[in-house]
Design a protein around this ligand. Structure first.
Ligand SMILES: *[C@@H]1O[C@H](CO)[C@@H](O)[C@H](O)[C@H]1NC(C)=O
Ligand SMILES: *[C@@H]1O[C@H](CO)[C@@H](O)[C@H](O)[C@H]1NC(C)=O
Ligand SMILES: *[C@@H]1O[C@H](CO)[C@@H](O)[C@H](O)[C@H]1NC(C)=O
Ligand SMILES: *[C@@H]1O[C@H](CO)[C@@H](O)[C@H](O)[C@H]1NC(C)=O
Ligand SMILES: *[C@@H]1O[C@H](CO)[C@@H](O)[C@H](O)[C@H]1NC(C)=O
Length: 448
């Protein structure tokens, strides 16, 4: 036990008074500014599955002698149930990290996260050569470190571990480039999240060079410095397994006539809040989920035969797109557009429709259609409170739900159709009478 405690302290031991708080229901333990005096407090964390260390700096442990663990200590580490360790608000000397990281090979820790940490100096990673770690997921958020370029040697020493890593996130950390050689180390990586950095169009081509991230399924480039739809397409072309691409919160520009083809494996595409005035083309042909919310689209006139979910909230659409163009569509979001009327006989084919905050025309058919949709349970959220009338004047500001929709008053077709049918029946009856009374005028059907 003491060794495990010491190991954890070796990572989290801090100067100021502090202690750990264990939330049993969440199996989550947070330790603030641990010190030797509050050491006892950490023992309760040993049955947590997530342990978090917050605050302080580790610099004074740099001189900690590097030694091997004895068998009982190794056994103890192996028996810990901790699956995830988070380090937050810490100054981490890379030397210490390099030394401690190899002890993780005896644990079952699968996730390692560093939030708001500053990595200082350069470590010597030689002892990690050939080491396999159980850590499959590595997260860095708001961290600063020495630049990644020129560290190919470190990455190659760590490669026995890194080439088994499945998830990597480096977010909000001013990353401007990812060298090609780094991507080639992450041979098993499924998910790469580099949101909230400063990656520009020109930095993507080397990052996703030939052989880099060959298994990548999920890529988030959210909120970077990307502008060219075409060059993003060209850059990710070499990712043969890519299924989910998030480009949201970049300011993308349409390229006059891009002929670049997206990986055919792409299923989920996020173009939310990318400044679009029009739908960019080409789109990946086999998309199932397309998010183009928070743009300036006035019309969406595309066909995607596999599309299941289409998110178009917060645009300037005056009408819902034609559902016929999306035979597989199940979910459609149209909140906060300029739609005055939903053609409900089309959208009623969908399972989930959301269209709050539109300036509805509550003349009879408009209100009736929406009420019917809601009645059938298709409007999943915001009904009735977020569906209000904008016109005609007598209903302005009222809820669509409260507009009286009397069949006779509203839907002239409903009234006229039965009348027409009745008249037609009468006419037929008259004709039959006529025929019966004057049978000779009717020629018998010719037998063929
Ligand atoms: C543990 O976490 C749950 C869920 O967040 C929370 O409701 C509960 O109050 C927490 N318990 C303690 C003791 O903090
Ligand atoms: C990011 O990390 C720095 C320390 O490196 C910290 O001072 C700052 O508050 C953090 N920012 C956020 C938004 O967490
Ligand atoms: C974003 O890109 C533009 C043009 O490509 C460049 O001028 C600017 O410095 C970049 N910003 C950052 C934060 O990298
Ligand atoms: C797209 O990205 C935005 C954040 O930029 C997020 O809120 C939204 O949920 C994402 N859409 C999908 C379909 O994942
Ligand atoms: C509302 O719909 C009615 C009937 O369809 C139409 O006559 C009227 O012009 C529409 N009003 C507005 C403001 O679109």
């Amino acid at each position: 036990m003491t060794v495990a405690v010491l190991l954890l302290l070796g990572l989290g031991l801090l100067e100021a008074e502090g202690r750990c708080f264990f939330n049993r229901t969440q199996e989550h333990c947070v330790c603030y500014n641990l010190s030797q005096e509050s050491l006892g407090s950490i023992i309760q964390c040993l049955s947590a599955s997530v342990v978090e260390f917050r605050g302080g700096e580790l610099e004074r442990y740099v001189a900690l002698p590097s030694r091997d663990l004895d068998p009982s200590a190794i056994e103890m580490l192996g028996s810990l149930v901790i699956r995830k360790i988070i380090f937050g608000d810490l100054l981490v000397p890379e030397i210490l990290l390099a030394r401690v990281l190899r002890f993780f090979s005896y644990t079952q820790v699968q996730e390692l996260a560093f939030e708001s940490c500053i990595f200082k100096g350069r470590g010597n990673w030689d002892e990690m050569a050939g080491q396999h770690l159980p850590v499959l997921s590595l997260h860095f958020h708001n961290v600063t470190s020495a630049p990644l370029t020129g560290r190919e040697q470190d990455f190659s020493i760590l490669s026995s571990w890194l080439e088994t890593l499945q998830e990597l996130a480096v977010t909000g950390s001013h990353v401007t480039s990812l060298p090609c050689s780094i991507g080639r180390v992450f041979r098993a990586l499924r998910s790469l999240d580099v949101a909230q950095n400063s990656l520009g169009d020109e930095s993507l081509t080397p990052a996703f060079c030939k052989g880099a991230f060959p298994q990548l399924r999920v890529l988030s480039l959210q909120r970077n410095n990307l502008t060219s739809y075409h060059s993003v397409c060209e850059s990710v072309q070499l990712l043969p397994e890519l299924q989910h691409l998030d480009l949201s919160q970049n300011k993308l520009m349409a390229d006059p006539s891009s002929s670049c083809q997206w990986p055919v494996s792409l299923r989920i595409f996020n173009l939310s809040d990318t400044g679009l005035d029009e739908v960019l083309t080409p789109l990946p042909p086999s998309l199932e989920v397309l998010d183009m919310s928070c743009n300036h689209l006035c019309a969406v006139d595309i066909s995607l035969s596999s599309l299941k979910k289409l998110f178009l909230s917060q645009n300037m659409l005056q009408a819902a797109p034609s559902i016929r163009n999306y035979p597989m569509l199940d979910t459609l979001h149209l909140d906060n557009n300029l739609i005055t009327e939903l053609s409900w006989d089309e959208v009623k084919l969908l399972g989930h429709v959301q269209a709050t905050g539109n300036p509805y025309n509550c003349s009879c058919s408009g209100a009736g259609g929406l009420q019917e949709l809601a009645g059938m349970g298709h409007l999943v959220q915001g009904w009735p409170q977020d569906y209000t009338c904008h016109s005609p004047p007598q209903y302005q500001g009222r809820l669509v739900k409260d507009v009286p929709v009397s069949v006779l008053q509203c839907n002239s077709a409903v009234v006229i159709a039965p009348v027409c049918i009745a008249l037609a029946l009468l006419g037929m009856a008259g004709a039959v009478c006529l025929v019966r009374s004057r049978p000779r005028l009717v020629r018998p059907c010719r037998r063929v």
